[in-house]
Design a protein around this ligand. Sequence first.
Ligand code: DAH
Length: 351
Amino acid sequence: MTDLDALVVTAQADFSAAPTPAELENAKARYLGKAGRLTELLKGLGALSHDEKKTRGAEINQAKQRIDAALTARRQAMADAELDAQLRAEALDVTLPGRQRGIGGLHPVSRTMERIEAIFGSMGFDVAEGPEIETDWMSFTALNNPENHPARSMQDTFYVDMKDEAGHWLNLRPHTSPMQVRYARAHAAKHADLIAGGGVMPEIRVIAPGRTYRIDSDATHSPMFHQCEGLWIGENVSFKDLKVVFTDFCRKFFESDDLQLRFRPSFFPFTEPSAEIDIAFASGPLKGQWLEVAGSGQVHPTVVRNYGLDPERHIGFAFGMGPDRLTMLRYGVNDLRLFFDGDLRFLQQFR
Ligand code: DAH
């Protein structure tokens, strides 16, 4: 082996042994740098004769090319290894099962709302929504609530320190009953020509579920709660229809055909006669106990007039129930506040 061959072999071994790119560059300098071994050999050419210079120069150049090639190969190998390692580190295991998002569920009160809408929907009731910020005219006056009625009081009602364009004070609606007036007035306006011409107006059959507000807070009262209003007005709608419809609703809602209903005489300014509706289960922990679930009654003539309709021709009934309470009864929940605390341990039970 010539001295040059030996040099190439050592260089190759040196390059292969270099563990990092930096050390490879150091190794390169040992051969090809300014004071490198190959460089030194080239410098030594000056002392040779013309012919010797030619052969020796060519040999050294050849050795240089082989060392260069070894260097390039080692650099490439290092780059490949680095890329490999990086790819391996960033590798995605596409066979791993995906990470699931938590699956949400409907709030128990929303479930009740959906049930109410589905059951009344099947009986031909429309579903209406209305504003939660109401005028005192809609909340009280139109519903025949006298000026001094306790329901209007500051202790009961959240007032908004503002009036609408007509000068009516605004409040957070304390019940969904104003929706009777809003819906019936729109219905009467829509069919005004028909009614004026003596025609028979299509019946009003609507429920209006939504949020309501009162200054009230304990285990069975929350300042924000839910109500669902119902209204059925026609030329021939009677208290009997109310009993049929509401009995049907309760039995479907609680999935119990032997559920008992009781219409207990009561008072509401907007109905006459008025009744509180109580139910009693035929079995279960509450068996035989009368539980109040709704207020109801035949709509008062003054209210029908405020609908923009003639109380001599258009009669019917209204009712208002509490979906929160229905939910408590259906699922056996004993504290209303659980519905609004947002505690997942409670809510997850309804998924
Ligand atoms: N608005 C009444 C309340 O909040 C409930 C009610 C009673 C609604 C009788 C009605 C009704 O439509 O006829 O207590």
